[in-house]
Design a protein. Structure first.
Lengths: 381, 436
């Protein structure tokens, strides 16, 4: 199967010191065929056994994003018994998206804790756990349910290191399925990355592929500071990718150059990366695609380096355009690459409205057509 | 009347409502549940007072129900002098109205599930099947001017409150004819004319809203109108919502400010896959969660609409008269999964059957038959009428147009396209363009 990115050892274990994957595995081919978005009529592919650890003869497995995350959780829990999971129905039920499936059976109820329905309590308790030396990995069921936990995240998790002058830290990883495209109702389709990236003290990570999901999640769990790990639910099961069984980390704060190109730069993250790949292939142009991987801290250098080369940039994200993360990126580009620019940075984003119910959802989401239009305009400018 | 009582299994089976599409109703509900209801009648109607006493409740409710809760049965009532059933005094048309409402909700939900499976309904969908007596009985105990607010399992409340079922169905279909223009979906049933304040998706978030609604009616009555406060707010929540911090804040405020709000906990024993005993302290007797805030509590058998009314009516009247909050542990059961994709591995079929055997529709039909000469023929007519009505609803919803793309931009601020004009004209959307 063709993959959006060459998988494998170059990023394993130590990670690429440059952080970006430029040159790591040669020019990277973009596949348009593998990563199709699931339509609502498509049933989920069957979920294989909880862990590919059971098949040691197979060092690499073709996994969905859900499975890659599940594998990362299994391995981190095996490695460090201070890693514990908590959340609503994460235990025997395996969570709403079945991301924690099998973990309760494997590690027991004291490490995979079903909590009452109380997000503020889940995150607040996790902060206490983390301050006392554990590595909690709570799950919040949907983006919109971060609301009740906002206070704990922004008033406490984010500030504890500063407040205590590093005497106490909060090594916490909050896993949250985010984004639209699954025909969910309001509060189940939001993309809140800019809200949390705006809060100093939090790190915000969003993988766009199974391979990245595993490496980034392991990094997040080992990170000494609080990390919001946003999982684009639209691509939970949309495609598979080879994921090494070996542990590996992908550094937080480093973007990935998905494909090199000369004519313009495209910056995206999460499920939109797949949309960008499709639009790029259709355009037939030489476009450099950067997947941020980490929203904050932002890998400005990788972006600037690319824009200095291409002079043109299109930024794509699902969240509302105004005040979205694209605004920060465009600003940095104009601050640092003003004289390199041959066209104004363009943003393709969600609209400044509440994410609509499903009949209008696809109008809201940046799709290949809207991205193509931005590409053409930017190229012609 | 006795002569019309079905005599054999075959005949009795015809009393089921739903063409067995749901197989939700026991085929023999008539005889078994009739006695269940008369038990509760003879057990006395002083439900709220009696059940408000946790000691009495736990002492009597020895037999735990399958989800770990002590059963809410007539035995929970004190041995105080049995009061006459209020519901039993009501005229035929009122009681038949309740039966019709419950049938309507049941049939509506069956069709909803069907439409969801056919992908005509998007989003997530939480049906009310099994809990019909709660919405119908509670709504009957209040007046139209009394505000009502609930969570996301809200179709039953909307219908019981009198929302046009076509608007309710169209909302789920995402059509412009929906009560929220098809922009909200299943969790967002609003009906201003009927004082239904939603339909809210964040579990527990509606409970401070409930306190606020009660504050508002009291303020308006007492401060603006200068008369005694005489409206009551019904605020529904699930047992899972008991654990949200917001609910505790709401109770505290209601207790503190003497707000006339009744928190009706639709205690169906489960919060998604987590049973109340696994997720909630004192899950076997949640009325203690009112005591700490000085709020009166009642335990009510929510599987029987007459019992619900008998207990709720005096409670509502008292709240209205005293302008004080109350808390109800309404014992009920959702027959179906949490949402449409729930395999219900966390409970047994036997447990489900135990509740299905005391189906609220069957219980009322049985009582009407034995006490009011309600005939099978009349029942069939009613069922047929409801079935046709819901079928029409689906047709109506399907015929309602999808919201035009401009609707993306409306209803965000007071100006129709207000703050967006000049930056993102909706017309641009149609061209597939982004901001000019
Ligand atoms: C803040 C928040 N957290 C989680 C959810 C997801 N969720 C929806 S319903 C539900 C269970 C609620 O159970 P309960 O309150 O008992 O209501 P029931 O479903 O039984 O009617 C959960 C966890 C949500 N909607 N909002
Ligand atoms: Mg419940």
């Amino acid at each position: 199967m063709t993959r959006p990115r060459a998988p494998g050892p170059p990023l394993s274990a130590t990670g690429d010191p440059s952080g970006s994957q430029r040159g790591a595995a040669g020019p990277i081919r973009i596949s348009l065929h593998a990563p199709g978005f699931p339509t609502t009529t498509e049933p989920d592919p069957p979920f294989p056994p909880t862990s590919i650890l059971n098949a040691p003869q197979d060092p690499v497995a073709n996994l969905t994003l859900v499975q890659a995350i599940n594998l990362a959780l299994v391995q981190e829990m095996e490695r460090d018994d201070r890693v514990i999971i908590l959340g609503e129905d994460v235990g025997p039920n395996g969570g709403v998206f079945r991301v924690t499936e099998g973990l309760h059976k494997r590690f027991g109820g004291h490490r995979v804790v079903d909590t009452p329905l109380a997000e503020s309590g889940i995150i607040g308790t996790s902060i206490g756990l983390a301050m006392a030396g554990l590595r909690p990995v709570p799950e919040i069921q949907f983006d919109g349910f971060l609301g009740p936990a906002y206070d704990q995240l922004c008033s406490h998790a984010a500030r504890m290191r500063t407040r205590t002058r590093s005497a106490f830290t909060v090594p916490l990883t909050v896993r949250v399925p985010v984004g639209g495209g699954i025909h969910a109702p309001e509060l189940h389709s939001d993309s809140p990355e800019a809200i949390y990236a705006h809060q100093p003290g939090l790190k915000v990570v969003m993988p766009a592929s199974p391979y990245d999901a595993k490496g980034l999640l392991i990094s997040a769990i080992r990170d000494p500071d609080p990390v919001l790990f946003f999982e684009p639910k639209r691509i939970y099961r949309a495609f598979r990718e080879e994921v090494p069984e070996d542990e590996y980390t992908i550094p937080i704060g480093k973007a990935r150059v998905v494909a090199e190109g000369e004519e313009m730069t495209m910056v995206s993250w999460g499920a939109s990366v797949v949309q960008c790949m499709q639009a790029i292939e259709k355009s037939g142009r030489s476009i450099e695609l950067i997947d941020l991987r980490t929203i904050w801290p932002l890998d400005t250098e990788t972006i600037l380096e690319s824009v200095r080369k291409t002079g043109r940039v299109v930024i794509v994200h699902e969240a509302p355009k105004s005040g979205g993360w694209g605004a920060e990126i465009a600003t940095r580009i104009t601050e640092h690459c003003f004289l390199h620019l041959e066209a104004p940075p363009q943003r393709v984003a969600g609209f400044d409205t509440i994410m609509p119910y499903y009949k209008l959802e696809m109008e809201y989401m940046p799709d290949a057509a809207r991205i193509a239009k931005a590409i053409d305009e930017t190229a012609a400018y | 009347m006795q002569g019309q009582r079905p005599r054999d299994e075959g005949q009795r089976a015809k009393w089921t409502i739903t063409d067995l599409r749901t197989s939700l109703l026991p085929s023999r509900f008539m005889s078994s549940t009739a006695s269940a209801h008369s038990d509760s009648r003879s057990g006395g109607g002083a439900a709220p007072e009696a059940a408000g006493n946790p000691a009495a409740a736990s002492a009597n409710g020895a037999a735990a129900d399958p989800s770990g809760r002590p059963a809410a049965r007539a035995t929970e009532r004190t041995e105080a002098a049995p009061a006459a059933s209020l519901a039993a005094e009501l005229p035929d048309d009122v009681l038949l109205g309740w039966l019709r409402d419950m049938l309507l909700i049941r049939e509506f939900e069956v069709r909803t599930m069907q439409a969801y499976q056919e992908k005509k309904i998007g989003g997530f969908c939480h049906v009310y099947i099994g809990q019909e007596a709660v919405a119908v009985g509670c709504t009957a105990a209040i007046e139209r001017r009394d505000p009502m607010v609930t969570a996301y399992r809200d179709h039953g409340h909307a219908l019981a409150r009198g929302m046009d079922p076509r608007h309710c169905m169209a909302e789920m279909f995402g059509r412009i004819g929906g009560c929220a223009k098809g922009k909200g979906g299943s969790m967002h049933m609003f009906d201003k004319a009927n004082n239904l304040f939603g339909g809210h998706g964040i579990v527990g978030a509606q409970t401070p809203l409930g306190a606020g609604l009660a504050f508002a009616t009291k303020y308006e009555d007492e401060v603006i109108e200068g008369r005694r406060s005489d409206r009551v707010t019904l605020c529904f929540l699930g047992d899972g919502a008991l654990n949200q911090g917001a609910f505790h804040e709401a109770k505290n405020l209601a207790g503190l400010l003497d707000l006339p709000v009744i928190f009706v906990v639709e205690n169906n024993g489960y919060s998604m896959g987590t049973s109340i005993s696994r997720g909630t302290t004192m899950g076997h007797d949640i009325s203690v969660k009112a005591a700490g805030y000085g709020i009166e509590a009642a335990v009510i058998d929510g599987m029987d609409v007459m019992t619900v009314y008998d207990a709720m009516k005096p409670l509502v009247d008292r709240c209205r008269a005293t302008s004080r909050p109350a808390f109800v542990d309404m014992r009920t059961y959702r027959y179906k999964g949490h949402s449409m994709s729930d395999p219900r591995k966390y409970r047994t079929r036997a447990e489900e059957e135990q509740y299905e055997a005391s189906d609220p529709i069957g219980r009322l039909a049985a009582w009407l038959e034995s006490s009011r000469g309600f005939s099978k023929q009349r029942y069939d007519e009613l069922a047929r009428e409801v079935r046709q009505q819901v079928r029409d609803c689906v047709k109506w919803a399907e015929a309602s147009p999808e919201p035009p793309i401009e609707e993306l931009y409306t209803d965000v601020y007071v100006e129709r396209f207000g703050p967006y004009l000049g930056t993102s004209p909706p017309q641009m959307l149609r061209d597939g363009a982004d901001e000019a």
